[in-house]
Design a protein around this ligand. Structure first.
Ligand SMILES: NC(=O)c1ccc[n+]([C@@H]2O[C@H](COP(=O)([O-])OP(=O)(O)OC[C@H]3O[C@@H](n4cnc5c(N)ncnc54)[C@H](OP(=O)(O)O)[C@@H]3O)[C@@H](O)[C@H]2O)c1
Length: 341
């Protein structure tokens, strides 16, 4: 038997554990071309909240069906049995048949636009959980957002929001290690301390401590050149008001919108994009899979050198995955939120 978490109702307001259940299901032996994987860790991502709506945003990964396995969530695990030529028992793999303890994975079936297709990873590069962080999609997201979407240039002053989280904490360090002045924001005193003392941000603030625009201006009196947006809403408005001429926004996500029943109003100062020749560019890491080699090489080297700090908040037990999602959306986790199975 295997266990899996299923969504049982689409929330009308905030999401809670009551919208999920954990069930036991029979699991057959692998058929030809399939691999049986024992998951070690599964990922908890803010965007899952977009997929626990009746309809996910147009163009994005589809909503989870009710009372069915939640496929399309990243996992790292160990192959137990393989009937696919390229995999053998004992291989460490990533895939996206997530929020289950045992997964029967079709080896050649693309998933999550390729990010979640079954892939053997080099276990010598780091512990398994790092492949759901700097050595995987989180590293790729931070890297592509800064280097490709924001076209990071020498001397840029960079602001990163939700900076104590999985993507943000990597973006802060990539920018710092490349020599930039970095302003970081997050949601608590402890996170601000983490950003300054552990990640090396030049300035950091708690967005609860006053209007974001005021705090950003105090941290960057001469303005910013790049905004790495994980939050949207008032944060994006503050960035548009602060970006200098030819500034760039990498739109990574909009987490302040995800767990609301009604969308919040967008920024009212969009004309700043015209006034200052700004570029605002959205990106999906999965559309830049060819960059995974570069991001993993750079971040993997820094990780091995001890120059990259990567915290995780690890919640034990598959059945606690919904609690982990709720905690992460509420800001009650630091670094990458993972469930250990
Ligand atoms: N484009 C892509 O390919 C891609 C890939 C992965 C992730 N993302 C996006 O990247 C962003 C960060 O994802 P992540 O996995 O690294 O998550 P995370 O930052 O580890 O967790 C989300 C954090 O967002 C903060 N937050 C929640 N509500 C907020 C609000 N109203 N205002 C400001 N901050 C709020 C919370 O921390 P605080 O304590 O700081 O509030 C929370 O812990 C998300 O928007 C996600 O959708 C995009």
């Amino acid at each position: 038997m295997a266990r899996q978490v299923q969504l049982i109702a689409y929330p009308d307001g905030e999401i809670g554990p009551e919208h999920f259940r954990t069930v036991e299901v029979a699991i057959p032996a692998p058929a030809s071309g399939e691999v049986l994987v024992r998951n070690l860790y599964t990922s908890v991502d803010p965007a899952l909240r977009l997929r626990t709506r009746r309809a996910s945003p147009s163009g994005y990964f589809s909503a989870f069906p009710l009372n069915a396995p939640m496929d399309g969530i990243m996992c790292v695990g160990e192959v137990v049995e393989s009937r696919a030529d390229a995999f053998a028992a004992g291989d460490l793999v990533t895939h996206a048949w997530g929020w289950r303890d045992l997964a029967l994975v079709p080896a050649d079936q693309p998933s999550l636009s390729g990010v979640g297709t079954l892939t053997r990873v080099d276990a010598s590069l780091g512990p398994p959980e790092k492949f759901l962080g700097p050595l995987g999609n989180m590293g790729l997201t931070a890297y592509v957002g800064l280097i490709d979407a924001a076209e990071l240039r020498d001397g840029d002053v960079v602001w990163i929001s939700a900076a104590a989280g999985a993507v943000g904490s990597l973006a802060v360090q990539i920018a710092k290690l490349r020599g930039h002045r970095v302003i970081a924001s997050a949601g608590s005193v402890e996170k601000v301390r983490f950003l300054r003392d552990e990640l090396g941000a030049d300035a950091a603030f708690d967005y609860h401590d006053g209007p974001v625009l005021d705090q950003l201006r105090a941290a960057a009196p001469d303005g910013i050149d790049v905004y790495f947006d994980n939050v949207g809403g008032d944060h994006l408005g503050a960035a548009l008001a602060t970006l200098r001429r030819w500034g760039r926004v990498a739109m990574c996500g909009s987490v302040s919108d995800y767990d609301r029943s009604e969308p919040q109003p967008g920024p009212t100062n969009l004309f700043q994009i015209v006034a200052n020749d700004l570029t605002v560019r959205g990106f999906r890491a999965s559309s830049h899979l060819d960059r995974l080699v570069d991001s993993s090489r750079e971040l993997g080297q820094w990780l091995a050198d001890g120059r990259l700090h990567y915290r995780e908040t690890i919640v034990d037990g598959l059945e606690h995955a919904p609690d982990a999602l709720v905690r992460m959306l509420a800001g009650d986790t630091v670094g990458k939120t993972l469930v250990r199975i």
